[in-house]
Structure formats: C-alpha cells, structure tokens
Design a protein around this ligand. Structure first.
Ligand code: XMP
Length: 504
C-alpha cells in the first residue's frame, strides 16, 4: 500500500484516483498522524500532496521529519515537494508563480518520463529555489529550474507540477513508475462491476427500508437511482423537483427515463414559484446554492412525510462534489455543492449516496455496464442549482429566460456542428457585465453573454475547446439577434486551473 499524505490541495484526491485507475492500493492520511499510520499500514512508499498552505508563512502544515528515516521512496508533489525540500535543507521562496499549463523539459529520462517536452499543470505561488543536498534536477520549466528533481540514492522525488491532473502529459506514467518500479507495488484492476454495488445496497437497506431519491435527469442521479431501483425495486420513490432552473424539456425527459429505464413511478413537485421567491434579491453564489439546497431539502422532507416508510434520502452525489465542498482536513472550500453543503444539520432522513466515491467517467462506466443507454450516460453534466449559477448576480425571470434561450442556441449550434459529444460541457452565462451596442440604429446598454465550452475527463482540470471560428460566429450572431437585451457575446478561453468551469 502507498500512503497519500493529504495536505489539502484541490487535486489531492486525484492522486488516489490515479492509483486506483492503476489498480494500486492506497490510503489517505493526515500529515499530523503520519508516523502512527506508517506503523499501522507498513506502506511501500509515501506521496506528499499539494496544499493551499505555504511552506514560508504561518499557514505551513508540517510533517514529522522521521519519514526521511523510513528508507521508503517519497514523492513530493507541489507543496509536498516544497516541504520536503525545506525540511531537507533546501530553500523555498515566493520567487515566481505558475498557474495552468506549462512546458516541462525533462533533461534525463526518469520516473516513466522520457527526455523530451511535456505539457504539465502547475498551480503554485512559491517554489524551490535551492535544492537540498543529494538532489539533482530532472526537469525544468521556463521559470522553474527545479520543476522536477530527485535524490536517487534515497529514492526521493519532487515535482512542482501535478502528475495527478488529467491534463498533465505523462502524469499517469510518472505515478505508475513511482508506484510499480520505485515502491515495488503490484497492480490489481479496478472493480467497476455494478452488481457488487447493488449487492452492497441490498445489504445496507435490508428488506423494508424505502428510499426517496432526488433525481434531476442528469447522469449521476439517474445512475444512482437505477442502482437503487435494482437493489430495492418498488421501495424506491424517485422525486423530481421542477425548479424552473433546469433546461427546457427536462421534466419530460426525466419522466421518460423513469418509466422506461428505472420502471419506477416518478413524483414531480412543481416548485417554480417557490424557487424564484427564494432567489429574489440573492446575488452571492454561495447564498444561491444554500437557498436552493435548503428549499430542495424542505420539499423532499415534505414529500417524505407522505411516505411514512421512507427512511433514506438517496442522492447522486459523486466524489468531485464531495471534494469541492471540503472533503478533507486541510482542503480550502471552493464552493458548496447544493447536495453536500446545503443539507440541514437536523435532517430527519438518513443519506444514501451509492456514487459518493466515484468519478464522473467511472459513474458513466457503471451506468453503461448496468444497462443504461449510451446517450443517457454520455449526457453533458448540468449543475444541480441549474441556471441560477449561470446568471451572475440576481436571478430575475427576465434574465433566467435569456440564459435559457442563449443556452439552447449554444446546444443547437454545437450539436449541429457534430461537437456536442466532443466537449465535456458547453453553455451560456449571463455575465452581469453591461456594454454598449447599436441595434437597429438605436443605442442600447445591455448584458454581455459569455460562452464556455471545454474538454475534460474528471472535472478537476479542463482545456477550453478550440471551436471552429464558423461555429463561434454563428453562436454570436444568433445570440445577439435572437435573445433580447444582449449587447455582445464573448468566448471564455481560460483553462481550469486556474478558472473553474462555471462562472460562479
Ligand atoms: P466548476 O465550476 O467547479 O464545475 O469547475 C465543475 C463541475 O461541477 C458542476 N457544478 C455543480 N454541480 N452543484 C452541482 O450539482 C453545484 O453547485 C455546481 N457547481 C458546479 C459544473 O457544471 C461542472 O460540471
């Protein structure tokens, strides 16, 4: 087993995800308890993750330096590398920062990488400026002399970039080499057999418990409900809340899915008015998410009261939702996903979330293997709070109607160009920025619509889609012409990191 010391980086959980993909056993631990965990688990190696903390100021999170006496390989990633360098006598300073993709020049083939250029993902505000004794440089970036270094005698490695990020070329090979060759681990393939999950659910829920399952028509909640349906049959009560914040036609789609695929009768709660009231005057994105989450749960609890045998609330929460809503001790909170951060403390229902430890692509694979049709498992994700987080500032009925119309145009045009399946998500945003336009000889001061389209596998990193200019041109022309009160259209060309996918 490899122990991953979690210092709280947003991508720390991807380290385990990659090891899982490689079939290598791992366990996350906190830096504070490293030596007792080492004693308990006898790992073959340690990986020190990145962190929102800085080695050089009061946010620093330390680790017992006895780890350097264990005689096992250590890989430090980003903050992990800086901490290791500092503890071993090197120097860390705020000399330069790199956020997003950078070119890494590997000078000597090592850790599964060849002596060539790789595009790697960086996200750091300080760096190693002097190597500790015994270390030599393996690779560098334009600014970063010590982007990759090693002490071959001790099998200690440091990388400033994130090999766990999907958009780091050679990242998986690097982790595989560290785990298999340096640590001597052996690979066991990942179990994505839905039958095993169904059996676990059956056991957990017993013979009588009923589950009220929140569904949105998206991949996650549909796969979760499908697995629950297979485990408990008619004891599953799927509920769809019509918030008015979802894409046009969603209710019809959800009804069709539940009648045909899950074979459960769907309860639809029409709460469009309640949602608009709850969002009135709310401009802060976190407040929006909380208001929406709170209303959802209230509606579910009200519905649950009509089904006295219901003990559980089923949700399609997946691993990235949990992580982004503060999944580990040192992680800083990016946003509270409504299904994680919005749940009240006094909730009467117990939670059941069959997909809580799976990533999007694994959820798709589970759904596919369980028998859901391809177009359903490949559906683009749509956020739970829906268009509310795509209208920056207050969600008024007018702006909600505008974003829906603009979004429909984005989907139509990207689908017509044969690109819908090639991008992870594509959508329109009411940016909140106002600018001038001249429409029919009249000067108008109206809102700027932004378009975001990008490629991603695991949600944590993404590259903006290089859409053909003709497609962008059609999108722009149609949106300014067809959507009222829009002055111009801009295309977002920012990678994640640093930018998140949604604007709020
Ligand atoms: P970000 O903006 O964090 O988005 O890069 C990552 C993925 O999560 C979706 N997203 C949400 N989904 N509730 C959800 O159910 C939320 O509050 C939320 N915020 C973002 C987003 O659409 C993307 O797929």
């Amino acid at each position: 087993m490899i122990l991953i010391v979690d210092f709280g980086s947003q991508t720390a959980h991807l380290i385990g995800r990659r090891l899982r993909q490689l079939g290598i056993e791992y366990r996350y631990i906190d830096p504070e308890t490293v030596m007792s965990e080492v004693k308990a688990h006898q790992p073959t190696g340690l990986i020190l993750s990145g962190s929102p903390a800085f080695v050089t100021n009061e946010t620093r999170i330390d680790i017992d330096s006895k780890i350097y006496d264990l005689g096992i390989p250590i890989l430090g990633i980003c903050y992990g590398w800086q901490l290791m360098a500092d503890q071993l006598g090197g120097t860390v300073s705020g000399a330069y920062r790199e956020y997003g993709p950078e070119k890494l020049l590997v000078k000597k083939a090592k850790l599964g990488l060849k002596a060539q250029n790789y595009q790697v993902i960086m996200s750091h505000g300080s760096s190693v400026t002097k190597l500790p004794a015994g270390f030599s440089v393996v690779g560098q970036t334009e600014q970063g002399e010590h982007a990759m270094a090693m002490n071959p005698t001790k099998k200690w490695y440091g990388v400033q970039f994130h090999p766990e990020a999907d958009h780091t070329e050679g990242g998986l090979e690097l982790l595989a080499d560290f785990a298999l060759k340096e640590c001597g681990e052996t690979a066991q393939p990942l179990d994505l057999n839905p039958e095993h999950l169904i059996a676990e659910l059956k056991q957990q829920l017993g013979d009588t418990a009923q589950v009220l399952c929140a569904v949105s028509g998206g991949v996650d909640s549909t796969v979760a409900a499908f697995l629950l349906g297979k485990a408990i049959g008619k004891r599953l009560v799927p509920v769809y809340v019509e918030s008015g914040l979802m894409r046009e036609g969603t209710v019809e789609r959800v009804k069709a899915i539940f009648t045909k695929q899950v074979k459960a009768s769907l309860v639809v709660i029409d709460a469009r008015k309640e949602f608009m009231t709850a969002l009135k005057g709310v401009t802060d994105p976190e407040q929006k998410r909380k208001a929406i989450g709170k209303l959802y749960v209230e509606l579910f609890q009200k519905e649950a009261a009509k089904h006295p045998a219901v003990e559980y609330l089923g949700q399609g929460t997946i691993y990235s939702d949990v992580i982004e809503s503060k999944g580990s001790k040192h992680a800083s909170q990016i946003k509270s996903h409504h299904n994680v951060g919005g749940l009240p403390k006094d909730m009467k229902l117990k939670l059941i979330e069959p997909l809580r430890s799976f990533y999007k692509d694994e959820v798709r694979e589970l759904g596919r293997r369980a028998g859901l049709p391809e177009e359903l498992v490949m559906e683009q994700p749509f956020p739970g709070p829906g268009y509310a987080i795509r209208v920056r500032g207050e969600v008024t009925p007018e702006r909600l109607a505008q974003v829906k119309q603009a979004d429909q145009i984005v989907i139509e045009e990207i689908t017509a160009a044969g690109l819908y399946d090639k991008v992870f998500q594509c959508f329109a945003i009411m940016s909140g920025a106002m600018s001038t336009a001249v429409k029919g000889d009249e000067r108008v001061f109206a809102e700027v619509v932004a378009i975001r389209a990008y490629e991603s596998n695991d949600i944590m990193t993404s590259q903006w889609a290089h859409l053909p200019h003709q497609v962008l041109e059609r999108l722009s022309r149609r949106i300014v012409n067809e959507v009222p009160q829009v002055s111009r259209v801009v295309y977002d060309i920012t990678t994640k990191p640093p930018a998140t996918m949604e604007w709020e």
